[in-house]
Write a protein that binds this ligand. Structure first.
Ligand code: PAF
Length: 285
């Protein structure tokens, strides 16, 4: 496996592979790789001749006061992990390589409207513009056949799918199910920030989703009833502060009150200073 830090070098390697008719899978990440990322890479490995994993903490998607500076980074460990699942190239550019004029001086952005208004978009203005812009840059650099995204960032998956559809991008988006710890906590690089009491408290996210599943399975169709019981469960945990909890259509992300078709139940909860997200899709078509 090779670590590549420049766009020019990566394009050179990919040009050669594509000339030989090889297909390319891309796994965009911000590094600090865990089992969730490795699951994406394994799937990319199964489905493509070549696999590129990008590791880039993208400043454009972090707001003021967010954790861009402190976001965990460990390229050495990440490279070992990526190599262990058969990644061919780790693309790990510096900020100056991705934004030669400085990310503050960018003139061109990809802005996906509608599906970015609610959920995480409501409390993180500019976040999805940063995500869509960097993912679009990565798609132009790599020109992958397929790109793999974790379903934990459910809104991100919808935003990227919309971008690809609206801009006729020639790539298949492959969403990959959430990977959880044995006790239900969804894997996230940010779990690292949790102290031991917070780690325990963080279980309210998955527990509230399990409660929702039970209610849905027992035939409850009114979103209000489900949201109320989930909210009560989360509020019983003193270390948890609920940012949002919604039941929405899984494609439009519009609010659903009477559950008939496939829905997404999604939430963001602060556990101490750490903001965690989690979700389930019910009746995935
Ligand atoms: O999900 C992430 O880690 C990031 O948002 C992504 C897709 C790599 C873009 O920076």
């Amino acid at each position: 496996m090779e670590i590549i830090t420049t766009v020019r070098e990566l394009k050179k390697c990919l040009h050669l592979a594509k000339k030989q008719g090889k297909t390319v899978g891309l796994v965009p990440t911000m590094g600090y790789l865990h089992e969730g990322h490795l699951t994406l890479m394994r799937k990319a490995r199964e489905e493509n001749d070549c696999v590129v994993a990008s590791i880039f903490v993208n400043p454009l998607q972090f707001g003021q006061g967010e954790d861009f500076e402190s976001y965990p980074r460990d390229l050495k460990q990440d490279s070992l992990r990526a190599a262990s699942v058969g990644v061919d190239w780790v693309f790990a550019p510096k900020v100056a390589e991705m934004y030669p004029q400085g990310f503050e001086n960018m003139n061109t952005f990809v802005e996906v409207s509608g599906v970015t208004a609610g959920l995480c978009g409501a409390s993180r203005p500019g976040h999805f513009r940063g995500v869509a812009t960097v993912v679009s840059k990565l798609f132009h650099i790599v020109e992958p056949d397929r790109a793999y995204f974790g379903q934990k960032d459910a809104q991100q998956v919808v935003v990227i799918q919309k971008m690809v559809q609206d801009l006729n991008m020639n790539v298949t988006i492959v969403p990959v199910p959430i990977v959880r710890e044995a006790d239900g906590l969804a894997l996230s690089s940010r779990n690292l920030y949790l102290g031991s009491a917070e780690r325990q408290a963080a279980l309210v996210l998955s527990q509230s989703l399990q409660l929702a599943t039970k209610l849905l399975e027992s035939g409850v169709q009114e979103s209000d009833k489900i949201l109320q019981q989930m909210t009560e469960l989360i509020q019983r945990e003193p270390l948890a502060a609920l940012e949002y909890l919604v039941i929405v259509d899984k494609e439009t992300l519009e609010s659903v009150s009477d559950i008939q078709g496939p829905i997404l139940i999604a939430m963001a909860v602060r556990i101490g200073k750490t903001r965690l997200i989690d979700n389930i899709i019910w009746r995935n078509a």
